[in-house]
Design a protein around this ligand. Structure first.
Ligand SMILES: C[S@@+](CC[C@H](N)C(=O)[O-])C[C@H]1O[C@@H](n2cnc3c(N)ncnc32)[C@H](O)[C@@H]1O
Length: 441
């Protein structure tokens, strides 16, 4: 039988080399037959990514000399071993012996005794090592140093809460398709199926489950009664102020979570155009539309190439859910902590500004553009909108008069964990029929 710790170590090694966790895990899980084993490997890989920086600091305390760069898979296996001892309900004996057995795949006979020695030494010195790391912020908060510095600088009063929320397990949140069933009736249906759930306040369609569940076990999922979507993402469609016969552009659409929500909220739109540049992600939009029995014009292109994909027909609403650092959704994608570099943030900010500038001419006068990111950094949020407003005399911010998040100079920020939501940013901009007047009342 394939050794599950070995499979997990290979996944972690790939993530450390730059591959996304979901991508690597998806391939790895195909090699496992039993659902229980799949769940074990998944929990192990998510946990190691979540606590990678802390596990690495613990390992450094245990190694007499650092591992060589070529021993990167052994490094990943040692983290997998330590994580089981720290945070999984696995018998200590099984955790140690199975991780030691996994080392046979390394074709380095000495690795077996090293894995055995490191894991047993950790069990002996656990309390001493934990106390040696209490002043090491990277180990305490399990984020690389640059993340900690950037979050501290951005949110001097909230940084500890944010770092802690980033390491928490995210809630499992649903969006009820009120075209098919009311939230109240769907909760009753869940309870009939012995699934504990409650309404998510601040949202009209959100439900949070007590524990996560495979989607196939959600009643009515295949029939489109419900979708899986975090609460913060459910704020977008309502902010768009939709009405019948409008044309809407969803500029960065895959996998189509917000696209299908806006079609649920207003089924009588004239047209919805969904643009997505990544061909590999296009199928996710089609799958979601098909499951929910909805229609949209789906286009694969860089949405900034307006001349290539649009016939310059103007639209009433634009949703720009821009590509970003994803710093608000680390609790769902803990590999982001390892995959991103500090230098990525200004690159995202430039792309966000480029997309806004390119799309603005497509918006009709009196039309609304909703800008969204799942970032918590001002560089990608407030500052992008500030730069845009200063460049466009025909753009005016509509302040968000809502009971969630916190106001910034421009737009509103939800921090991770607030209202049980992911970290998200929204700003709403209206196109004036005439330019802004300056200096007059
Ligand atoms: C934050 S995700 C969008 C999530 C989506 N709105 C939803 O709610 O399901 C950003 C998406 O934009 C796509 N993207 C990035 N740059 C783009 C561009 N220049 N043109 C079109 N799509 C782009 C990415 O491939 C990614 O699928």
């Amino acid at each position: 039988m394939t050794n599950l710790r070995w499979i997990a170590a290979k996944v972690i090694d790939e993530v450390a080399e730059g591959r996304s966790l979901s991508d690597s895990l998806q391939h790895a899980l195909q090699t496992i037959n039993e659902n229980r084993d799949k769940a074990f490997v998944q929990a192990l890989c998510y946990g190691v990514c979540r606590y990678y920086t802390r596990l690495d600091a613990i390992l450094a305390q245990l190694l007499q000399k650092p591992l060589k760069a070529k021993d990167h898979v052994l490094h990943a296996l040692l983290l997998v071993g330590l994580y089981q001892l720290i945070d999984m309900r696995v018998k200590v004996h099984a955790a140690v012996s199975e991780t030691v057995n996994a080392s046979a795949n390394l074709k380095a006979p000495w690795a077996r005794s090293l894995v055995n020695a490191i894991l047993r030494e950790y069990l002996r010195r656990q309390a001493e090592i934990d106390s040696a790391l209490t002043d090491d912020e990277e180990a305490v908060y399990s984020h690389p140093d640059w993340w900690i510095k950037k979050i501290k600088a951005a949110w001097p009063n909230d940084w500890q809460m944010i770092l802690t929320a980033n390491n928490a397990h995210p809630p499992f949140v649903l969006r009820v398709n009120q075209q098919k069933i009311s939230r109240e009736n769907y909760i009753a249906k869940l309870i009939d199926h012995q699934i504990a759930a409650k309404a998510l306040p601040t949202l009209s369609s959100g439900i949070v489950l007590e524990s996560p569940l495979p989607i196939e076990q959600l009643p009515g999922f295949a029939a489109g009664e419900v979708s899986v979507q975090d609460g913060a993402a459910q704020l977008a469609a309502e902010l768009l102020q939709l009405s019948p016969r409008q044309t809407v552009l969803d500029a960065c659409a895959a996998p189509g979570g917000k696209l299908t929500h806006l079609l649920e909220i207003e089924p009588n739109l004239a047209e919805v155009i969904a643009v997505e540049k990544d061909p590999a992600r296009l199928s996710t939009i089609h799958e979601n539309l098909a499951r929910l029995q909805m229609q949209a014009t789906v286009i694969c292109d860089d949405v900034a190439n307006v001349g290539a994909w649009s016939n310059k027909k103007m639209v009433d609403r634009i949703l720009l859910d821009a590509p970003c650092s994803a710093s608000g959704v680390i609790r769902r994608h803990p590999d982001i902590k390892l995959l991103r570099q500090a230098t990525d943030v200004p690159v995202f900010a430039n792309d966000q500004k480029r997309l806004l500038r390119a799309l603005w001419p497509l918006l009709k006068p009196d039309g609304i553009l909703l800008y969204a990111t799942c970032s918590i950094f001002s560089d990608e949020n407030n500052d992008v909108i500030q730069a845009f407003l200063s460049e466009h005399a025909d753009a005016e911010e509509i302040k968000l008069d809502v009971d969630w998040g916190m106001p910034l100079t421009h737009g509103r920020q939800v921090l991770p964990g607030m209202h049980a939501m992911d970290g998200f940013y929204y700003a709403k901009i209206k196109k004036l029929s005439k330019g802004k007047s300056h200096g007059t009342t």
